[in-house]
Design a protein around this ligand. Structure first.
Ligand code: FES
Length: 97
């Protein structure tokens, strides 16, 4: 069962592979913006995947386009609503405001 550690708080959420990082965080009670409810339209669920990037789902065109329009994007940026948890533990930082 993979876990998601949120930095800098260090909170750890146990989750399952096959669900989005956004869904996993919300299920655990984490506060994360998600203004479009997971449609890759708002960019408010912007996160950085610090560890475990290779285990999560690949970026699809809709996510890529939205990230192109998002402020502060880096090489580890993903949208939590479009990123599906794989088999490995993840360490992320929530960048949304
Ligand atoms: S919730 Fe809007 S892009 Fe993820």
């Amino acid at each position: 069962m993979p876990s998601i550690t949120v930095q800098p708080s260090g909170k750890i959420y146990q989750t399952s592979s096959g669900i989005s990082i956004l869904a996993a965080l919300l299920a655990g009670g984490e506060t994360i913006a998600h203004k479009c409810d997971g449609k890759a339209e708002c960019g408010s669920c912007h996160i950085s995947v610090i560890e475990g990037r290779k285990s999560v789902s690949k970026i699809k065109p809709a996510e890529n386009e939205r990230l192109d329009m998002t402020v502060g994007v880096g090489s580890k940026s993903r949208l939590a609503c479009q990123t599906i948890v794989g088999e490995e533990d993840l360490i992320i930082e929530i960048l949304s405001v």
